[in-house]
Design a protein around this ligand. Structure first.
Ligand code: HEM
Length: 128
């Protein structure tokens, strides 16, 4: 028997669905983040992000079947992401991670990744 991957370990699709739903509930109310999202309906963005995370952590690769290679820095290039946007993103993500209440070791793995990925996505300097 092979050991479960991280996707399976944390509870599979329902866990990522809850995480991303909580995150986007926060984005919808966030004065820094909401204006960055080009579409009025956050549903499609929610689905893209959920499918990406599922694929990243070892679940089905539906994201790449639909969207191709993630190329996340390139896909974020149209949006100005300085430290204020990164920190707002991490604040909403922190709330969402708290909401899914994972065991501490799993939570640490997930949070470490999200924090590093958010820093990697910064593409603009802070205003003078
Ligand atoms: C898409 C903002 C960080 C994963 C987007 C979009 C915006 C955005 C405005 C477009 C919404 C859409 O139409 O899909 C931000 C901001 C970040 C950030 C302000 C702050 C650092 C991250 C991080 C990840 C991520 C850290 C991954 C861990 C994605 C994915 C998409 C996306 C997968 C959809 C890409 C596609 O297939 O088109 N993000 N993002 N984002 N973001 Fe972020």
């Amino acid at each position: 028997m092979t050991s479960p991957n991280f996707y399976e370990l944390v509870g599979g699709e329902p866990t990522f669905r809850l995480l991303v739903d909580e995150f986007y509930a926060g984005v919808a109310e966030d004065p820094i983040l909401r204006p960055l999202y080009p579409e009025e309906d956050l549903g499609p963005a929610n689905e893209r992000f959920r499918l990406f995370l599922i694929q990243y952590w070892g679940g089905p690769s539906t994201y790449s079947e639909q969207r191709g290679h993630p190329r996340l820095r390139m896909r974020h290039a149209p949006f100005r992401i300085a430290s204020a946007e990164r920190d707002a993103w991490l604040r909403q993500m922190r709330r969402a991670v708290d909401a899914i209440a994972l065991p501490p070791e799993q939570e640490a793995v997930l949070w470490d990744y999200l924090e590093r990925a958010a820093h990697f996505m910064v593409n603009a300097d802070d205003p003078e």
